[in-house]
Design a protein around this ligand. Structure first.
Ligand code: SF4
Length: 260
């Protein structure tokens, strides 16, 4: 006996099936002729370059917990096999300000938290100088697993991991993003411009103002009162002004500058 199946029923069943697969750890299929339907069901949350960050139409916003759960013990790229700990992100899930670095280093890989080594202490110093607390902001990285030997993440690793960063930023909905260092800035803005040219001006990241600035580890190398250090402070003053927060009075000490 021929039975006609209502197309709405097919779509609804397929959606439920994909959700079930996703919950059980299947996160994607090879793209084929039907690739547009058979992609990772969560890819709908990932905007293309230049598109504004937004949740799926009608869908409730994702939580950071859900995104972390979806990552699981991720092996979506080769960094999964060499990391000790997946470093997801830390801080206020509703932060107005998000800092994005490049990727975990050895300290972060050991502790599972971004920016906890010397560079982390420098970042804490910047956050405190802004009159904020670390737990008030959100901190994460472009890739969530440590590249071996602290090399830069490779293109395929960024491609595999960046959808999760976009989902994190979409979930937090910050008013401002600060990209820490050349790598994070160039990756997020899809440019090869040097950080010395990028920093100091707000750029657009899917509708969110993004301030590129020097990486805290660069400041460790140039010194706590270097030109670069004060460049970062000027960038943070712009961030505070955009957030309409008070700007603490800081004055540069003289006699210990560096060319950076
Ligand atoms: S870097 Fe990202 S995509 Fe690669 S294994 Fe780690 S979490 Fe997964």
């Amino acid at each position: 006996m021929n039975r006609t199946i209502d197309p709405a029923t097919i779509i609804s069943s397929l959606g439920a099936y994909l959700e079930e697969l996703r919950e059980s750890g299947v996160d994607g299929f090879p793209v084929d002729a039907a690739g547009s339907i058979l992609r990772d069901p969560d890819s709908r949350a990932v905007p293309a370059h230049g598109e504004k960050l937004a949740s799926s139409a009608g869908a409730p916003p994702e939580t950071l917990d859900k995104i972390r759960k979806n990552l699981g013990e991720c092996q979506r790229c080769k960094l999964g096999s060499t990391r000790k700990t997946l470093v997801f992100g830390t801080g206020n899930p509703k932060a107005r300000l998000v800092f994005v670095g490049e990727g975990p280093g050895a300290d972060e890989d050991a502790k599972g938290e971004p920016f906890v080594g010397d560079a982390g202490r420098m970042l804490n110093r910047i956050i405190t100088a802004m009159g904020l607390k670390r737990e008030e902001v959100y901190i994460c990285n472009v890739v969530k697993c440590r590249p071996p030997g602290n090399r830069n993440p490779e293109a395929d690793e960024i491609t595999a991991c960046s959808p999760f960063l976009l989902r994190q930023i979409t979930a937090v909905k910050p008013d401002v993003i600060v990209a820490l260092g050349k790598f994070a800035s160039q990756t997020l803005l899809e440019t090869k411009e040097p950080i010395s040219k990028l920093r100091g001006k707000f750029r657009d990241f899917h509708g969110v103002p993004l301030m590129p600035t020097y990486h805290p580890s660069y400041l460790l190398r140039t010194g706590g009162n270097s030109d670069s250090f004060w460049d970062v402070w000027e960038d943070m003053v712009q961030v505070l002004r955009l957030l309409k927060l008070p700007v603490p009075d800081k004055s540069r000490k003289t006699g210990n500058s560096s060319s950076g």
